[in-house]
Design a protein around this ligand. Structure first.
Ligand SMILES: CC(C)(COP(=O)(O)OP(=O)(O)OC[C@H]1O[C@@H](n2cnc3c(N)ncnc32)[C@H](O)[C@@H]1OP(=O)(O)O)[C@@H](O)C(=O)NCCC(=O)NCCS
Length: 195
């Protein structure tokens, strides 16, 4: 019902809600191996019921103002409303301290077009400008260069490395913490408007 255009290819950012369970499961099945290399939520999504459970957890977080989940759809100009290819989220949202964390994922068909970078800008704009948040964080495995490239594109600073803190796929990944502060977000970027 509510959709924010994400560029010229009929891509849209919309709330990803409990009633999307079947569509969410189909998307996870298409992207399971790629997404699951670095993030674990796909392990919990193995049926329509478990897909609904995850979406419902985020609906509960949203109701408590503690987290928000959005999907990225492409081909929205086509009949049927497009294809869910990924998402962005406030994994953590703490209005009391003004600190939140954005996360993201795409199935392979959605990559390489700037969709996540644009979607994250929408979330960060909302966090800083509408919600008065002070700090947006981003956590990524050091080897996940596609993810750290998004953090860099968002103007974030790499602040920390938690060595071998995240066991996934038989490897203990170093985790990098990135963040951007409110006054940095609004600072001009080389005189150019954000794409
Ligand atoms: C992390 C992840 C979402 C990044 O995907 P992505 O497609 O590289 O990110 P974006 O949607 O922002 O697109 C950026 C790419 O589109 C290109 N691009 C095209 N137009 C663009 C635009 N207008 N703005 C920004 N980038 C654009 C960029 O050059 C970049 O491609 P490149 O890496 O070949 O240079 C993806 O790799 C993924 O889902 N990985 C698995 C799950 C995961 O690791 N999630 C993050 C956990 S921390």
């Amino acid at each position: 019902m509510f959709a924010i255009p994400l560029g010229p290819e009929g891509a849209e950012l919309r709330p990803l809600e409990t009633w999307h369970a079947a569509e969410f499961l189909a998307h996870v099945e298409r992207g399971r191996d790629f997404i699951g290399t670095y993030i674990g939520f796909v392990d919990a999504v193995v049926s329509e019921d478990t897909a609904r459970d995850l979406l419902h957890r985020y609906a509960t977080k949203r109701a408590a103002d503690e987290g928000y989940l959005y999907g990225i759809w492409t081909g929205c100009e086509r009949p049927g409303g497009g294809t869910l290819v990924g998402g962005v989220l406030f994994r953590v949202f703490d209005a009391a301290t003004g600190v939140c964390e954005i996360g993201c994922w795409l199935e392979p068909a959605g990559t390489g077009r700037g969709l996540v970078t644009r979607a994250c800008r929408v979330l960060a704009d909302w966090a800083f400008h509408e919600r008065g948040m002070h700090r947006v964080e981003w956590w990524a495995a050091a080897g996940n260069t596609a993810s750290t490239a998004v953090a860099r594109r968002l103007g974030m600073t790499r602040e920390a490395v938690l060595r071998e803190s995240n066991p996934r796929g038989g490897v203990r990944h170093d985790m990098e913490g990135w963040a951007v502060l409110a006054h940095e977000w609004d600072a001009p970027k080389d005189g150019a408007p954000r794409a």
